[in-house]
Write a protein that binds this ligand. Structure first.
Ligand code: HEC
Length: 172
């Protein structure tokens, strides 16, 4: 299947975003060394700015979600869009803009529940970002699916409500 069926995405959009269901933890794949990566501008100890769009009390309201979305939730939707575009370009053998410079902001974005930004989350985010860099360096099915595996690995721990949708993103 070349593209995700539109209906699946629309169904997802109208579904509840992030019910918390905790299942077993899987090991993330695609991780490479983070040693040489300069993450000083955005890491677990970077203070989050109160009052920015998507921060507590400043959720971004939309027709889709009148309750408002957090900065991290909006970023997750950017991930979905980016991955769909990247996969289409990879299949067509066309150049792809690197995703890491945008996605790395996940480590310093406000989640709906601020306490979810903790060491466990950050470690899983780093595993995910290593997979994103591997795809950026060598776009293809294997590196793409390693990204999706890391989405799933984190969502197995937090935000299980969208696992089925993420599973549908795998490049078969
Ligand atoms: C390191 C953990 C982590 C990784 C990796 C991760 N997510 Fe998430 N995701 C979360 C958390 C936590 C939330 C809840 C955000 C909130 O409510 O503030 C979330 C929310 C979401 C949502 C719901 C957004 C909404 O509308 O509320 C979607 C969809 C999603 N993630 C998809 C993905 C996809 C696709 C990937 C991989 C490309 C991914 N996630 C990678 C932790 C992660």
């Amino acid at each position: 299947m070349r593209h995700l069926p539109l209906f699946a995405f629309l169904a997802f959009l109208t579904a509840v975003a992030c019910r918390t269901t905790t299942t077993t933890t899987t090991t993330s794949t695609g991780g490479t060394s983070t040693a040489a990566i300069d993450d000083s501008d955005c890491n677990l100890s970077t203070p989050l700015q109160p009052g920015v769009p998507g921060s507590p009390g400043n959720l971004v309201k939309s027709p889709r979600n009148p309750n408002g979305d957090s900065e991290l939730a909006l970023m997750m939707r950017l991930f979905v869009d980016d991955l769909q575009k990247a996969r289409a370009l990879a299949e067509a053998g066309e150049p792809i803009e690197k995703m890491y410079p945008r996605h790395k902001r996940m480590r310093c974005a406000w989640p709906t529940k601020p306490e979810e930004r903790n060491a466990g989350f950050d470690g899983r985010a780093q595993g995910y970002l290593a997979a994103v860099r591997a795809f950026d360096d060598a776009p293809g099915k294997t590196t793409y699916n390693a990204i999706v595996a890391n989405c799933i690995a984190c969502h197995n721990v937090s935000c299980g409500g969208v696992l089925e949708f993420i599973g549908s993103m795998q490049w078969k």
